[in-house]
Design a protein around this ligand. Structure first.
Ligand code: CA
Ligand code: CA
Ligand code: CA
Ligand code: CA
Length: 283
């Protein structure tokens, strides 16, 4: 029987319901910093970062008063935010920020606000790390004087190309001098072993003067969603022709999602395992 998209979708779309298991970690600062640190000047020079007991969204929050080119909040110890993202079928990173003051020589300014995921293992060419980063917005006192939630939205950590809204560092475009990922490093390569996560105003490739920052952050969250239905390749909780099509494309591209036997090779056994799992349906 020929497999037509319409027919197979109609036949198989009823097989599945919710096929993602979510694992969320949220740092509310009620249990300390949980590995997060903000800028702190030597001997207090330039200002510093403390956890305030009240005034967050709600309760405790991380509060920074600092004068520098930019501010960064760094975590290199909390495994909930680090390690291999590609074992999840999708990831979402969110946080709340409030800007009390963001000014340059007394005049209000806006600054980029982004999350950057750094990997030391793929670093090359004299760069200390490769990274991928997502620009949330430009923040300012005028726009962010109340607690504001920012999210990367759900992204596929196994994507080879940078998803929309993401940039890379670790090399330089020879024509534009813009930062970019090294040619042989993919989005998924960086996310297969994240060593440091950073929220920062320092957008790669941009430079800023000494700026007064008075900023609060709260509710730093990561959600790792794991498919409990591997043949649902496109993660829409339905098994249909589009998954077959997505599997074949992933197989042709040697995407890890199509390595159903998990042996790092793409061959007949993966096709067979996929078709078998597809025929079995999902819980
Ligand atoms: Ca809080
Ligand atoms: Ca790494
Ligand atoms: Ca699907
Ligand atoms: Ca295989």
């Amino acid at each position: 029987m020929p497999l037509t998209p319409t027919l197979s979708a109609a036949m198989l779309a009823l097989m599945c319901s919710t096929l993602l298991a979510d694992d969320t970690t949220t740092v509310t600062f009620s249990d300390g910093s949980q590995g997060w640190s903000g800028p702190n000047g030597n001997d207090g020079f330039g200002g510093g970062t403390t956890i305030e007991p009240t005034g967050g969204n709600p309760g405790p929050y991380m509060h920074t008063v600092f004068n520098d080119f930019g501010v960064s909040y760094v975590n290199s110890t909390n495994n909930a935010f680090l390690g291999d993202y590609t074992t999840s079928s999708s990831i979402t990173i969110t946080l709340d920020i409030r800007v009390e003051n963001l000014s340059f020589f007394g005049g209000d300014v806006s600054r980029p606000w982004l999350v950057e995921l750094r990997d030391f293992d793929t670093a090359q060419g004299g760069y200390p790390w490769t990274s991928v980063w997502f620009l949330f917005d430009n923040i300012s006192q005028a726009n962010n004087d109340q607690w504001t939630n920012y999210s990367t939205g759900s992204f596929d950590p196994s994507a080879i190309e940078l998803p929309a809204g993401w940039g890379g560092t670790g090399a330089e475009d020879p024509k534009t001098f813009e930062p970019m990922l090294p040619a042989d490093v993919s989005f998924a390569d960086v996310l297969s072993g994240v060593d440091v996560i950073v929220f920062t105003t320092l957008q790669p490739g941009h430079f800023f003067g000494f700026t007064d920052h008075t900023i609060g952050i709260d509710n730093i969250s990561i959600t790792r969603s794991t498919s409990i239905c591997p043949p649902d390749i496109n993660n829409d909780s339905e098994l249909n022709f589009f998954d077959v099509s997505a599997f074949l494309a992933a197989f042709a591209a040697a995407d890890p999602i199509a390595d159903f036997t998990g042996d790092g090779a793409w061959n007949f056994f993966d096709v067979s395992a996929f078709l078998s799992a597809f025929a079995d349906g999902c819980p």
